[in-house]
Design a protein around this ligand. Sequence first.
Ligand SMILES: Cc1cc2nc3c(=O)[nH]c(=O)nc-3n(C[C@H](O)[C@H](O)[C@H](O)COP(=O)(O)OP(=O)(O)OC[C@H]3O[C@@H](n4cnc5c(N)ncnc54)[C@H](O)[C@@H]3O)c2cc1C
Length: 562
Amino acid sequence: MKICIVGGVAGGASAATRLRRLDEGAKIVLLEKGKFISYANCGLPYYVGGVIENRDELLVTELELLRERFQIDVRTQNKVLSIDRNKKRLTVRNRETGDLYEESYDKLILSPGAAPRRPDLTGADLPGVFTLRGVPDTLAIDSYIRDNGVTEALVVGGGFIGIEMAENLKRRGLAVTVAEFADQAAASLDREMANLIHRHLAEHGVSVRLKAGLAAISRDADGGMTAVLTDGNRVSAGLILLSMGVKPESGLAEAAGLELDVGGSIAVNEYYETSDPDIYAVGDAVSVRSLVSHEKCLIPLAGPANRQGRIAAENVLGAKKTIGAGVQGSSVLKVFDLTAASTGLNEKQLKAAGIPYRKTYVHPMSHASYYPGASQISMKLLFDGDGKILGAQAVGQEGVDKRIDVIAAVMRLSGTVYDLEEMELCYAPPYSSAKDPVNMLGFTAANILKGDMPVFYAEEIAGLNPEESVFLDVSTPQEARANTVPGFVNLPLDELRGRLSELDRKKTVYVTCRVGLRGYIAARILLQNGFSVRNLSGGYRTYSLMSEDKTVYEGKTLPLSP
Ligand SMILES: Cc1cc2nc3c(=O)[nH]c(=O)nc-3n(C[C@H](O)[C@H](O)[C@H](O)COP(=O)(O)OP(=O)(O)OC[C@H]3O[C@@H](n4cnc5c(N)ncnc54)[C@H](O)[C@@H]3O)c2cc1C
């Protein structure tokens, strides 16, 4: 059988090598329009920042290896221009020679990826305005900074690529501003969780402007540029990176009459077959079914692309393999010293999909607090009335990815919050606590569902009626003096049992503390003494994140490095 593959990076290269491992006799032709195959897109920002110093390290698999070890006919700089589905032939342009030729196939796998969005705005095509997708973009950005002595950069779009580039441009010594059209960066998180990232970027000298899209770019007399933002502000920059999301590269498929799906993606079934049974498609170009909402959606991530390439290869050879119940979009982001990770749907997405949910917040330490170096992780878990996990988010310095990976695995196995309670995870003081943060999420979620801990949420506070409520902060007096939720009166937990008579039994008692743990104990005391009570999920820490709706985070001026 002769199989042609369009696109030689994540999905395409995975499909090609899997095909060879399964079928020594197959003729495999890998057509890639660019100069490089199987490169590390995900590592590109770190080359700009100098973390990855050698550009050869960006190439995951050498071209020669694919050719020699896997006997794959790899053709870089060969762009597929069209597909004749009746004749099962491709028209290809060799970009080195300019020659056009035809290539036949028995089966075709499309993995053309997604292209960065470039808005149709004045100045968006000026020299110095970049998008980042491949190695050539990276090298161009790198040399532009060097050749033009760039000192200021504007990153338009606060998604994963935008934030990673902001960090790496800062590492490179540039003054960096991130402008984001939405009211938050890092869209996979909810706003209150993303506030940790906004703050952290500013602490590391990166300015963040929210609700500020790009309106136009003009060239200045001194050779720099000025970007006009939709909030009316102007930002001067020697380099502007447009990281405004990606759109599926479905033009080739569309011209061949293949069916398209949401967002102009290539429509595929669960086997990654397109509307033509001899053509498969994978990766960023296709839409997938969400594990949680079961709706079709776009999840442009490397993990799914690689696994889909593998599965499509097996199906091309006659298997009927699927990726299981759907894609959950597990992702992780480094932001200077912070890690932000998530899996499943966030609260915004659940609301938009009309899926009923419950939630809990915890802010535990990454490992036993008595062992040096522990740091706080802020975590949020979303689940339904039966305890089925719908999504999770975590932001912190240490151990964030492993917690979200554990929850992602439980979700994939259709687990519930009760499974999180029971998870037996490895423990020693340098790594975790005997009650791991994942267990803590399970405990609090299960307590909410069983009615052991009635909760209220920070966003409900403004709507609570003071006539019918008692508001207590059960932290220590020192803590409550430092900061508390407005209107909450300090009654330290250890005095609560002795002062119950001071509380009006006809009213609902709303309790808070720093992170929700002492509030939980107070709630248990009050419940067992006949009070109607609710504990603030995540305590003051969640309140402070939730009530922060700033649109500008000025980058702090950092001391010059010696
Ligand atoms: C800067 C950056 C950082 C990223 N970081 C992460 C990360 O940390 N984690 C993560 O999960 N994901 C990350 N991603 C996303 C991840 O790289 C993609 O999800 C993944 O590469 C998609 O694989 P793909 O095979 O669908 O497309 P790609 O890897 O984009 O490959 C598609 C290839 O097809 C080629 N092609 C297109 N049309 C044709 C044609 N007509 N003829 C021949 N060739 C063609 C293109 O030149 C391209 O090389 C990042 C992406 C970028 C750009």
